[in-house]
Write a protein that binds this ligand. Structure first.
Ligand SMILES: C[S@@+](CC[C@H](N)C(=O)[O-])C[C@H]1O[C@@H](n2cnc3c(N)ncnc32)[C@H](O)[C@@H]1O
Length: 377
């Protein structure tokens, strides 16, 4: 049997949840083994710094592991074939193993980040993100105000999509450039800029290879954009590289513990993310972003906020996202009718669990995001 690694989000310090996941994972593995299935739970490793609990299974296939995890009622970020080493791994009194840092996770094939990037580009080109984009206008406005953009600032909006941040910065009389790797979304951004007679330079480009000189911008921003890059380290390096010394970087990301974090986990529970894909919501944690930016930035801070969303009812939310939002649309396309119905049911349940309960107003829920800011040294 091969070894498989399951990654679960667990909030920093939540040892009770990590223990609970380990117990459920073991119970599900034992049940399946009793049914004659070739799967065995080995152990769990909690890495609080990464907000991740790793479950190690032996099994004949990744599908069997996914089945065990679903049976355990868990929502994994990934299931991958793996040989893993955890620095500082120690048995805790509660039976879980605690690691200080994931030092080497070698999947059976090294993640091909170029292939992953191409796959994710296709995902964001699928559905029709423009039908969803309006939901996050307040996040972009908040980001631009929070970082403080003024007349004459040279501003870059990375993964601009339909241009929310770029347009908000241009309205504040900044000199603005925006990049994204989905041409159809840039076309919408160009139409919006033209409609408002705003000068914004919009370029098709990859966040991991920005087509700008070092230190080209005073302010570099990304609203729930760069978090979806395939190679987090490369994207973070690029944000830092193109910011001038003393310039500011601001990134708004969905939090792992908020509504969209829950939605992405629900998707991952039905369709395993591609090998090597890192959870996008890592960017919603200040410590992770500080680590990604490294020593070339100072004064890393964060604020947490919510954006309120309204839908006629939970099913309307689920159907909108299954039809237009790339990640959910693409996942639904890989499922059969039964699988799609199960994913839809999970999205409806997620929405219901976040409903403020305002009755006649329909579904009203708050989606949490975190803005992390830093100054380039
Ligand atoms: C959730 S949308 C957000 C778009 C926009 N920032 C907004 O606030 O509406 C995510 C965007 O990230 C873009 N994106 C993800 N990875 C990218 C990459 N490596 N390079 C360029 N764009 C990327 C997608 O094409 C998509 O437009």
């Amino acid at each position: 049997m091969a070894e498989y690694l399951v990654e679960l989000y667990v909030a920093q310090g939540d040892h009770t949840a990590a223990r609970h996941h380990a117990v459920s994972a073991e119970r599900a593995g034992t049940q399946l083994a009793r049914e004659g299935r070739a799967v065995r739970y080995v152990r769990s490793i909690f890495v609080p710094e990464d907000e991740t609990c790793f479950l190690l299974y032996e099994a004949d296939s990744a599908d069997l592991v996914a089945e065990a995890v679903v049976r355990a009622g868990l929502r994994p970020e990934h299931v991958s074939a793996a040989a893993t080493s955890v620095a500082g791994a120690q048995e805790s009194p509660d039976g879980t193993t605690r690691g200080t840092h994931m030092t080497s996770t070698t999947t059976s094939s090294t993640p091909d980040l170029t292939a992953l990037r191409d796959k994710q580009q296709k995902i964001w080109s699928s559905g029709d993100y423009n039908k969803i984009a309006a939901l996050t206008v307040p996040v972009s406005e908040h980001l631009v105000d929070h970082v403080g953009v003024g007349p004459g600032d040279r501003v870059l909006d990375v993964a601009t999509g339909t241009g929310h941040v770029a347009l908000a910065a241009a309205r504040r009389s900044a000199e603005v450039a925006g990049i994204d790797y989905v041409p159809a979304l840039l076309a919408v951004a160009r139409r919006r800029a033209a409609a408002e007679d705003l000068a914004v330079e919009l370029t098709e480009a990859d966040a991991e290879h920005l087509p700008y000189d070092d230190a080209a911008f005073d302010v570099v921003l990304s609203a729930i954009g760069v978090m979806f890059a395939a190679d987090h380290d490369a994207a973070a390096r690029e944000l830092v590289r193109v910011t001038r010394p003393g310039g500011r970087i601001g990134v708004a990301s969905w939090t792992p513990e908020g509504f969209v974090g829950g939605m992405l986990r629900a998707v991952g529970a039905h369709v395993s993310p591609p090998p090597g894909a890192q959870p996008a919501t890592r960017w919603g944690t200040e410590e992770v972003v500080a680590g990604l930016f490294g020593e070339e930035v100072a004064d890393v801070r964060s604020v947490t906020a919510t954006v309120t969303q309204r839908f006629a009812h939970p099913e309307a939310f689920a159907d909108l996202f299954l039809t237009y939002y790339g990640p959910t649309f693409a996942a639904a396309g890989r499922l059969d009718d039964e699988g799609r119905a199960a994913l839809r049911a999970d999205l409806v349940a997620l929405a219901e669990s976040h409903d403020r309960g305002e009755g006649a107003c329909g579904l009203v829920c708050d989606w949490e995001y975190r803005i992390v800011t830093a100054t380039r040294r």
